[in-house]
Ligand binder design. Sequence first.
Ligand code: KG4
Ligand code: ZN
Length: 351
Amino acid sequence: MPYDQMCAAWLDALRRAGRADILAIETSCDETAAAVIRDGRAILSNIVSTQIPIHARYGGVVPEVASRAHVEAVNAAVDQALEGARLRLNDIDAIAVTNGPGLVGALLVGVSTAKALAFASSKPLIAVHHMEAHISAAYLAYDDLEPPFLCLTVSGGHTALIETTASGESRALGRTLDDAAGEAFDKAARVLGLPYPGGPALDELAERGNPSSLALPRAKTPGAYDFSFSGLKTAFIQLERKGALAGVSHEDAAAAFREAVTDMLAVKTIRAAKAGGYHTVAVVGGVAANKGLRARMARECGANGLRLCVPPVPLCTDNAAMVGAAAFRRITSGKAAGSLSLNAEPAGYIV
Ligand code: KG4
Ligand code: ZN
C-alpha cells in the first residue's frame, strides 16, 4: 500500500489507542530542535541547538546561513532526542514537524528530515503549525490544562490573541496590524545598541530601570483586540534621533519601552478574557519569556480571578517539545495529517 494511505491508517490507529510517543522536529527559524513527547504531556527529551552565536555577528537571522546550520545540526539533534528518551527510532509511534510559518529554507530542512525518517521507519508523519505548537507548550507545562482558554501568543514573527474553544478549535480574536511584539523588542534593543537577539537583553536592562522615565505612546487600533507596535517603535527611534534618549539611562529607556509593550498586551488580553467569560489565560511564544510581561500578567490575572498559565522560559522560546504536544492533540482530535508530498508553508496557514 502506498505510504500516504498507510499514514492515514496508522494515525487512525493511534487516535483509537489514545497514546503515542512522538519524535518532533522544529527548524522554522534559528533553533534546530528535536524532542520526544509521550502522550502529548510528558517530555522524554528536549534538545535545542541554538544558532544565536552564528547570527549574532550579522545582527539578525540570515536565512541562508540558518538553512545551512540546520542541515549541519538536525541529525545530531534527532539522535540526541532519541538517546535522551532512551528510545530507538523503531520505538517511536509518529514523527511530527513544523511545516510553517517560518523561513522557507529553514522549514524545508525539518520537513525533509521528518519525511525521510517517517518513510524509512514506516511511521506516520504529522505536520504542525508553528503558532499551534507555541500554544501547545501550555499543555506541557500545566498537566491539567484543557480548553477552553484564551491565549496571548507573542513571538518574533507573530502576535495574536487566540481563543481555544471547548471543542479544541482555535480562533484569532485579534492580531498585530504591523510588527510582532518580539520584533518591536528587537528593534528597540538595536536602538539601545544591544546585541542580537535584543529582546532578552532589553528585558534584563529593564529590570533595573524606571518605566515612568519616558512617555511613550500606546496604539489605538480599529479592532478591539488587535495590536500595533510600529507607532511605538517609530516614537522610540525618533527620540533617539532627536537625542532625547541621551538624558535617560539605557535601563530607564528599556523599562519604559517594555512597560509600553506589556501595557498594550496585558490590557487587551484581560479585556478579552473578561468579555469572553474565560477562566484561564495562557501566554506563550518567545516574548512570554519577558519578565515584565510575566509579572504584569500575574498581577492582572490575580486581580481578575483568572488562572494564568505561562510555560517556563525554555518552552516559550522555539523548541520541538511543543511541536510534539501539538501533534498529539492533532492525533486525538482526528486532525493529524501527513503525506510524503508535505511541503514547507513559509507564510503559514490560518490557525
Ligand atoms: O518564539 P520565538 O523563539 O521565535 C519565533 O517564533 O519568532 O520568539 C523569538 C522572539 C525574539 O523576537 C526575541 O527577542 C523574543 O522572542 N524574546 C524576548 C525575550 N525572550 C525572547 N522578548 C522580550 N523579552 C524576553 N525576555
Ligand atoms: Zn516561535
